[in-house]
Design a protein around this ligand. Structure first.
Ligand SMILES: Nc1ncnc2c1ncn2[C@@H]1O[C@H](COP(=O)(O)OP(=O)(O)OP(=O)(O)O)[C@@H](O)[C@H]1O
Length: 570
């Protein structure tokens, strides 16, 4: 049933793949026909017969030459068309598997490694289709036909050609596949390591430069690169070995066939005698058979690496997302949403102590809550629980009176406007960056929210206002500006629960006050969770809770903790 469903979903691609194989086969058979008819034509022409007796063969040579070219071109066209469609779907498939992992840190896979998988491994799977599967099918079919043709010309030659093909085509291919698989593991790991290190080095270049550590990192990068080069040499050896095996088998078989053929030609008269023309056809047919299988050893050496890539992609898809949607989610109730944490404990994978331990809190609709606590106390983890980015190990999150485990996590997220500690500025215009939160927001609304967050003077200085490009190739944005762009998105989203993680960490006192007042005003009617280290202005909130070592401090301790935080600030 599942196979039938999959076949239905991939019908277009399967059809194109079948077309590629058929056209490729037509090309290969034309190549075989071309060699056989050329051989016949050459040997026959050497006997100087009347030209008219050659005209059909001349036309056939022209036809096969044209058909071979067209067949090969068609195979590439249809094969790549099918493969590029598969590629696009495969990248989306990989991305869909990555998406739920992101908040939990990609399941421990490094960013550069993920990049290598999304780009390199997906391309390798494409090679498996275009460079391995199609030539293997067309090669095996046309080589079999070549054997049949050789057997038709001289029956004793058929087992020799078949044996040579099995040796040079099949056994050598199996050998290169096995050896290729072995080096593929090292190669894939080395390549992923190089990409991961380059990504990390580029991201951390300012720190590395500042501490004069760039040389050391560059040296270790070149060690990694050396391991990569060694693995590449291993792969080249396998490919070269495969080609040598094929060439030896082809040469040996050709010598055997020539010897057999010469013996048959020399035999005196009778039905068993081979004419010179047949002998030529036999030799060229043998060449054609090996020509058809020529791409196989190299393709199989690559297949080893390609299968490794496919396995890495499967492993990525097999990573468990931190939060699973329920099989039959309940709908979220309409109207204002209350949120509750009931003795929630969260432990990150590989961590012994929990990041949150038995934390309870009640957030009725419209409540303004400030969460304070020292670094590492679990404040950001609390925000991730509210966003359904992490699953509590014990306890539960209740949204609108329903256990969140019974709700679609995406539906819960739709209710939350979130500004992380370090919001990302995407490559694109300022307007596009803000409209991520609400695509239909008008230009006036975008400008108003920027001004309300104290970004008016910054906006005035931009070269082309809302159309100004931000990100790597555009206007550079400072830490405080980026943070306020994140808050602007959260305000524009107009959702019933607003969660802001350290919204004023990069801001001076005066701007901090402007931002706090704006947020409190703009989110009136919504519930607000304001996570902070800073204690100024907390009296504007309905409730202040403190976290320490993942636990919620008792209300009497909150005052004490406030004193500690205040002292640590001065
Ligand atoms: N993805 C993660 N994997 C493993 N441990 C994590 C992860 N994220 C956070 N932690 C750990 O969980 C604990 C709580 O982290 P959290 O980010 O929630 O603290 P915080 O109070 O927000 O700190 P800060 O004020 O410095 O941002 C810390 O010990 C942290 O190292």
């Amino acid at each position: 049933m599942r196979a039938a469903e999959a076949a239905g979903r991939w019908r277009g691609e399967l059809g194109r793949g079948a077309l590629a194989v058929s056209v490729g086969l037509a090309g290969q058979l034309s190549a075989l026909g071309l060699l056989a008819t050329s051989a016949w034509l050459l040997t026959r022409a050497s006997l100087r017969p009347p030209i008219l007796t050659l005209s059909v063969a001349i036309a056939a040579v022209r036809f096969f030459a044209l058909a071979r070219g067209l067949g090969r071109y068609g195979e590439r066209l249809a094969g790549h068309d099918a493969a590029l469609r598969v590629l696009a779907r495969l990248r989306v498939w990989v991305y869909r598997h990555l998406e739920p992992l992101v908040p939990g840190g990609l399941g421990g896979v490094r960013e550069g490694d993920v990049l290598a998988r999304v780009v390199g491994d997906v391309d390798a799977v494409l090679d498996l289709l275009v460079g391995v599967l199609v030539p293997s099918v067309t090669g095996v079919v046309s080589a079999t036909l070549a054997v049949a043709l050789a057997g038709f010309v001289l029956p004793e030659a058929a087992p020799v050609v078949a044996g040579g093909l099995v040796l040079g085509g099949v056994l050598v291919s199996v050998g290169t596949l096995v050896a290729g698989r072995r080096v593929a593991g090292t190669l894939g790991a080395a390549r992923a390591e190089v990409t991961a290190r380059v990504v990390e080095t580029l991201a951390g270049a300012p720190d590395l430069l500042a501490f004069g550590a760039l040389d050391r990192v560059a040296r270790s990068l070149s060690d990694t690169e050396a391991r990569n080069a060694q693995a590449l040499r291993g792969q080249a050896l396998v490919r070269g070995g495969g080609f040598a095996g094929w060439a030896l088998a082809a040469g040996g078989t050709l010598v055997g066939v020539i010897a057999l053929g010469l013996g048959a030609v020399r035999s005196p008269g009778g039905g068993a005698g081979l004419s010179g023309v047949d002998f030529g056809v036999l030799v060229f047919t043998t060449l054609a058979a090996f020509d058809a299988l020529a791409p196989l050893p190299d393709a199989m050496a690559r297949a080893g690496a390609d299968l490794g890539s496919a396995a890495r992609l499967r492993a990525l898809a097999g990573l468990e997302p931190p939060v699973h949607p329920p099989a039959d989610p309940l709908p979220l109730p309409k109207g204002p949403l209350g949120v509750e944490l009931d003795a929630v404990t969260v432990r990150y994978p590989g961590r012994r102590s929990p990041a949150l331990q038995g934390v309870s809190l009640v957030l009725p609709p419209g409540r303004r809550l400030a969460v304070v606590g020292p670094s590492g106390a679990g404040k950001s983890t609390l925000a991730l629980v509210l966003l359904r980015f992490v699953e509590p190990e014990a306890g539960r999150l209740v949204v609108g009176g329903i256990d969140a485990a019974r709700l679609d996590p995406e539906a819960v997220r739709q209710q939350v406007a979130y500004a992380p500690q370090d919001p990302h500025v995407f490559q694109g215009s300022l307007a596009a960056n803000l409209r991520l939160a609400r695509p239909e927001a008008s230009d006036e609304e975008l400008v108003a929210v920027l001004v309300s967050l104290g970004l008016g003077p910054w906006f005035e200085r931009l070269p082309t206002g809302l159309a100004s490009e931000l990100g790597e190739r555009g206007v550079r944005v400072s830490g405080g500006e980026r943070q306020r762009l994140g808050i602007a998105r959260a305000l524009l989203a107009r959702r019933p629960l607003v969660v802001l993680d350290e919204p004023t960490a990069h801001l001076d006192h005066q701007t901090e006050e402007v931002v706090r007042t704006t947020v409190l005003e703009a989110t009136r009617g919504a519930s607000l969770v304001w996570i902070t280290h800073q204690l100024a202005g907390l009296d504007a909130f309905d409730e202040v809770i403190a976290l320490e070592d993942g636990r919620r401090s008792s209300d009497s301790q909150v005052q004490g903790l406030a004193g500690t935080l205040r002292a640590s600030r001065h």
